[in-house]
Design a protein around this ligand. Structure first.
Ligand SMILES: Cc1cc2nc3c(=O)[nH]c(=O)nc-3n(C[C@H](O)[C@H](O)[C@H](O)COP(=O)(O)OP(=O)(O)OC[C@H]3O[C@@H](n4cnc5c(N)ncnc54)[C@H](O)[C@@H]3O)c2cc1C
Length: 475
């Protein structure tokens, strides 16, 4: 017998005892990716197939994105596109409309759609997980394990997981959903590498400047959190071009352009064609956002088809433009940021850091401005907000063990791990490892656009279908 506690303890249903019959499918990580993958597996696998959802953090289902308690940290995707289930696109909107506790819901109706807070979305995910675990009177096949998995090995025809406390869990199959790779800690606390930890903005002098590296959505989060905490000193946000993430606006749809094979294969030609499409759209009174959104259905395929050299070209020349146009701010956040820019509490700066010196009472930051001049800033803290960390650059215990065991290998650019189009993990010998799948940001090196809910929910369904045929149709 295995005893697992549901994190929101209290209800008698939240304490489960489940007899182990078959070896479980173990899902490692319970952010959005792991949670939805586990629910999809539970919907499709036979009722006697246990599923074990493992999470090392403070709560299940939230992950990095939806654990923020800050009101005003809004989703950067419209509620209409945030259903956890691709087959039921209105699910999140219906949940918002029928929420049991409307006072706990934060959702802003704008002319570009409804934007809920990330904390509200976290409640939604918790409620879906609760329903999946507790809906029936009989014990659920989905069990929650609040523990860190630090090792995973092959064992017989399956696997064995080892937790931080040294407990061993046999498993028939693995789903790796470890998500965003935490950045390596910095040797000086005045240089913050993980902007999503609460201490990133704790203990600041309220009036002396803070430098944020990056001018995208993470910077927006930091600026709004600092403002809410009553921070008065200037927030200086720096990136190569000093270009702010764009905001959502209402726009009518634009058809997917009929790219030629040559355009699809070349970042340069693709960008040229996109600019031409934007001009054509604007001539018809259609906003550029519609053109950017039109290619979303094929972005993963474009990325997969490009050779490494073309992917690197995209990262060098087009990524910054793509990021600020594709990942957009909710209109209320854009209005708050505009107000901060207008009153000077937020300043945007274009520049490239050339050196950082930590002195007893200040941090000196040297940078090169676009005109070529060397300049210097004095700030109390530097917060890195430059995007997701790459698995190839940090030291995560489980990832290191998986690499040592040869169960995974890094993708060619080192963003995460390599998977086949079917989401089967590719081992060090270049072959898919049977009954081992991965999804979400950890596989972004293979698909690029697979880090947001609309993409991950599709991966979860696809993965669950694969798992069903692998586990229920021997051979
Ligand atoms: C700040 C922020 C805001 C975002 N906003 C949006 C948005 O508005 N809309 C949208 O569509 N997308 C948004 N995203 C994109 C986001 O990537 C996805 O929506 C989704 O949350 C990714 O979830 P995940 O589970 O893959 O990763 P994560 O959220 O990183 O979750 C991974 C989980 O795995 C756990 N874990 C890791 N290793 C282990 C281990 N060894 N053992 C046990 N547990 C482990 C971690 O503790 C964590 O809880 C946002 C991302 C960020 C960072």
């Amino acid at each position: 017998m295995t005893e697992i506690l549901l994190p929101d303890a209290g209800s008698p249903k939240s304490r489960q005892r489940v007899a182990d019959q078959k070896l479980p499918v173990a899902v490692i990580g319970s952010g959005f990716s792991g949670t939805i993958a586990a629910i999809q597996l539970a919907r499709r696998l036979p009722a006697d197939q246990p599923i074990l959802l493992c999470e090392r953090g403070v709560g299940f289902s939230l992950g990095v994105a939806y654990s923020t308690p800050v009101a005003g940290h809004l989703l950067n995707v419209r509620a209409a596109n945030m259903s956890a289930f691709a087959a039921d696109p209105g699910h999140f909107e219906a949940w918002l409309a029928e929420a049991a506790d409307p006072a706990a819901i934060e959702a802003h109706r704008t002319d570009a759609g409804v934007f809920a807070s990330r904390a509200t979305y976290g409640r939604y995910l918790k409620s879906i997980l609760y329903d999946a675990v507790c809906a029936d009177e009989r014990p659920s096949q989905l069990r929650l394990l609040p523990d860190e998995i630090v090792d995973c090995r092959r064992s017989g025809a399956g696997f064995e997981l080892i937790s931080a406390g040294g407990r061993r869990y046999p498993a028939a199959a693995i789903v790796l959903a470890t998500g965003h790779v935490p950045p390596a800690p910095s040797p000086d606390p005045r240089y913050v590498t993980n902007p999503w930890r609460p201490e990133a903005i704790e203990g600041l002098d309220r009036r002396s400047p803070v430098l944020v590296l990056g001018t995208g959505l993470t910077m927006v989060d930091i600026a709004l959190s600092l403002r809410q905490k009553g921070f008065k000193g200037p927030i200086i946000a720096m990136s190569r071009r000093g270009a702010l993430a764009q905001a959502h606006r209402p726009s009518s749809p634009w058809a997917l352009p009929d790219f030629t094979a040559t355009e699809r294969g070349s970042v340069r030609l693709l960008m040229r064609r996109l600019r031409a499409e934007v001009r054509a759209a604007q001539a018809q009174g259609v906003d550029w956002r519609a053109v950017v959104d039109s290619i979303r259905p094929i972005t993963a395929a474009l990325w997969r088809d490009w050779p490494d050299a073309e992917r690197r070209r995209f990262l060098r020349h087009a990524r910054r433009w793509w990021d600020i146009h594709r990942h957009r701010m909710a209109p209320p956040n854009a209005a708050a940021i505009d107000a901060m820019l207008a009153d000077g509490s937020l300043q945007l700066l274009a520049g490239r850091i050339t050196g950082i010196g930590f002195e007893a009472d200040t941090v000196r930051v040297a940078y090169q401005s676009p005109s070529g001049g060397e300049k210097e800033l004095e700030v109390q803290r530097v917060i890195a907000a430059t995007g997701l960390e790459s698995a190839g650059r940090t030291r995560d215990t489980l990832m290191e063990r998986l690499l040592e065991e040869g169960l995974v290998r890094l993708d060619p650019l080192g963003f995460g791990i390599e998977v086949a189009e079917t989401l089967e993990v590719v081992g060090e010998d270049g072959q898919p490892v049977p009954n081992f799948w991965a999804l979400g940001p950890i596989v972004r090196g293979m698909f690029w656009e697979c880090i947001a809910v609309p993409d991950i929910r599709q991966q979860a369904e696809q993965l669950a279908r694969r798992a069903v045929s692998a586990l229920t149709q021997p051979g």
